[in-house]
Design a binder for this molecule. Sequence first.
Ligand SMILES: [Fe+2]
Length: 392
Amino acid sequence: MKRFVINPTPGLYYGKDIILELPDFIAEKGFGKIALITGKSSFFRSESWKVLTDTLKRKGIQYIHFTASGENDPGAIDRIVASLSGEGIDAVTAVGGGTVIDAGKAVSAMLCMEGSITDYLEGVGTKAPTGAKLPFIAVPTTSGTGSEATKNAVISKIGPGGFKKSLRHNNYIPEAAFLDPALITGCPQDITAASGLDAITQLIEAYVSTGSNKYTDALAIEGLRFAGKSFPWTIEEGSDIEARGSMALAAYLSGVALANAGLGVIHGAASTLGAMHQIPHGVVCGTLLGAATERIIEKVSSGEEGWNNSTLKRYATSGIALNGKDAGSIEDNCQSLVSRLNKWIKRYGIKRLGEYGFTKEELKRAAGSVSPKNTPVELDTKEIELILLSRL
Ligand SMILES: [Fe+2]
């Protein structure tokens, strides 16, 4: 029997206009002063921003507002933390895409630790995070990273000598996540497509991960069912509140699944490539998803067991969940998974790596630094190189 441990999950508040209940939640917890982090434009300029901040004021809750955009640079996080220290902040709330949620998560931790965030980043810093933090509430306005349910915040420095690394501790899982599809309907098509494919990558990678367990399996498969039914509609009918809600839940479930099961080579590549050029995380995952899945399936199926292999059964089950129908054999379902993914990547215009400035030489060099993470089959550098080059 495989033993497993599931970390605490955030309190989940789900539904259209559920954000209107956020001020009550903050008041009930006794938080008198909060840091409120948002993106630079969409939510900050929306009617929901006005309603939220008016309600906070009416309830006597003070807030200090900061914006985050682009990638989370260590300097930007350090500056927000420096501005907030001594302010007597009780909690941090972030309303925005994955970067904004990660910024809020990082700030809530760094307000309780000394020094720069760089000191505590995995593979970069020399200190281990203490786990001390202020309560953190995540309100995503995109459906992708699942950061509202995970224990890490991604911090990046892009370019030569750059990195894309995590500040990570089990305690960093947010206290609450408010999933309000009404906040997501305005998300542009290209961001919706890339974010959605990130969530789908996370669900598949967590499901086939060597770190998966029965609990994460249940979440990942249900997440893939939600995504299969709703992902195309979130792009083609962005105002469809039901589709937006299902995809928000799929992304949240992907976050719980990945935080407890781990991820695979696509996310390994996303860390390496994301530190080299300015490329959205969802685009790296989305662009590699079809090619990497195909390559892994090809490699496993050429092994001794052929198609009668437990990893391939998992890919086949992912295909059934995402397609909403059983194509027949394991081989047929694996193939229809790959063709579904490639169809979406093409139809929704997920760009290739070359469009973000990557060259053949760079990708060849990068392949050697890609961590396979919890990929269920061993991939050598040459095989990873072929996956990357196939999306040049
Ligand atoms: Fe991701």
